[in-house]
Design a protein around this ligand. Structure first.
Ligand code: LLP
Length: 434
């Protein structure tokens, strides 16, 4: 269990710990379901990216935390403190970042269908880069920036046509992707030419993102190869020198003991070596490199705690352990059959000798967290922990079945602090016009 992430442990009472804090105590203090996050671990992950980009890429290169993985006010404060930029994907994320006092000149504003409102809000708020997805959006950004009397820096999102061999739902750089402009049939060249002619949108470079939960550096190496060839062609055709190449996010995280460890600095070094030799080959200046890690910054720092309700044995079929949460706080198994490590937090030192399916409390058979896994035999009142839930859990949570969203507690230097309150029943109806 400890070898999954360095922030987990088991104390003398046999209880699971996160960042040295007893998770069973946390469940008692704050109730369940509960998202626990190790702030120190998040900061360590930020530093790994910051240092590696600084070491291997030209000055001005930097990581932008992809906040779709986990967005709430305190996370932007932490990331700001660690000196990272942010990737935002909606006006809601932008609003939350601004509420945290984030300097959004260090932000990339994404989205395959930004509305005029989004574009105007982004420009007025001073976002550093709008990552333009299409010709229509390019025209809209130029026009709105002109109306506001501002010059807006942009990157063009290009689809390099790479298949990263991850889940189809989270693979985004393939040629048939809904994101960006493909290189095929001169499409990317056309949008670049159009961007260079704009008065209020200033082209600063290109962006690509191949997918998420990628274990090997090869798709990134392949994508950067395609992008540099494109950048070199653009230089030859239009005399335009690219200042920024944004390679997106996507490094995998270890959810299970049998998953391989992604060595982030090593992978970045191998990507950098390839980029530098290609820049030499094409005689182009090495652009500043941006990366947008989301999952690998926050996933490992998170644990979700639940209280076990019933245990149901259906002989010859399944043993169900029911918890007081489920797809409203973690829809990832229901959506992608994503694997998780589950254990009994109050008996973490005991052998996982019971085969069970962990199910949520929603009126829906697909409301599962894990199927047919080995865990400790748990009964009513036990605390069940799901590990590595820091990414795409809270940010994808819903109120399905009118279940209030769970709170977030941050652990720092062995101390706990409530960062996001549990939703109340009043919150559930607060937008209803009564
Ligand atoms: N940059 C862009 C443009 C992206 O689209 C994404 C993720 C990232 C960065 C961050 O990728 P990461 O480092 O987190 O892999 N809900 C899915 C994941 C969707 C990812 C979408 N884009 C899940 O729960 O697995």
């Amino acid at each position: 269990m400890k070898n999954i992430q360095d922030c987990y442990g088991i104390n003398e009472n046999g209880h699971l710990t996160l960042g040295g804090v007893d998770t069973v105590d946390m469940a008692k203090k704050y109730g369940t379901p509960l998202y626990l996050l190790d702030e120190d671990k998040i900061r360590r992950q930020c530093a790994i990216y910051k240092n590696a980009l600084k070491k291997y890429f030209p000055e001005g290169s930097m990581p932008f935390y992809a906040s779709k993985a986990l967005s709430f006010v305190d996370i932007y404060k932490i990331v700001k403190d660690e000196g990272l930029g942010i990737d935002i994907v909606s006006s809601g994320e932008l609003y939350t970042a601004l509420a945290a006092g984030f300097d959004v000149t260090n932000a990339c504003f994404h989205g395959n269908n930004k509305t005029d409102f989004d574009i105007e809000y982004g420009i007025k708020s001073g976002v550093g880069y709008i990552v333009v997805d299409s010709q229509e959006e390019l025209c809209a950004v130029d026009e709105i920036a002109g109306k506001l009397g501002k010059e807006q820096k942009i990157l063009l999102r290009i689809t390099p046509g790479i298949d990263p061999h991850t889940l189809k739902a989270i693979s985004t750089g393939r040629v048939d992707s809904k994101f960006g402009t493909p290189i095929i049939e001169g499409k990317a060249e056309q949008i670049t030419k159009a961007a260079l002619e704009k008065k209020n949108a200033r082209l600063c470079g290109f962006h690509c993102h191949v997918g998420s939960q990628i274990f090997e550096p090869d798709p990134f190496i392949e994508a950067s190869g395609v992008m540099l060839r494109f950048i070199s062609d653009i230089k030859d055709k239009f005399g335009y020198e690219t200042d920024v190449l944004n390679l997106g996010g996507g490094f995998a995280v270890k959810y299970l003991a049998e998953h391989a460890e992604v060595n982030i600095p090593e992978y970045i070094e191998s990507i950098a070596r390839n980029i530098s030799s290609l820049c030499e080959k094409y005689s182009i200046k090495m652009p500043k490199i941006f990366m947008e890690p989301g999952r690998s910054i926050v996933a490992g720092a998170g644990v979700t705690l639940y209280t076990v309700g019933t245990r149901k044995e259906i002989p010859g079929f399944k043993n169900y352990i029911s918890i007081d949460g489920g797809m409203p706080d973690n829809p990832r198994y229901a959506l992608y059959q994503s694997p998780y490590t589950v254990l009994c937090a109050n008996r973490a030192n005991e052998a996982p000798d019971y085969k069970a399916t962990v199910c949520g409390r929603c009126c829906e058979s697909g409301d599962l967290i894990a199927e047919d896994i080995q865990v400790q035999k748990m009964d009513r009142g036990d605390t069940l922990a799901v590990l590595v839930t820091g990414a795409y859990n809270y940010s994808m949570a819903s109120n399905y079945n009118r279940i209030p969203r769970a709170p977030i507690v941050l652990i720092k230097n062995g101390n706990d602090r409530l960062s996001v309150r549990r939703e109340s029943f009043e919150d559930l109806i607060k937008n209803e016009v009564l």
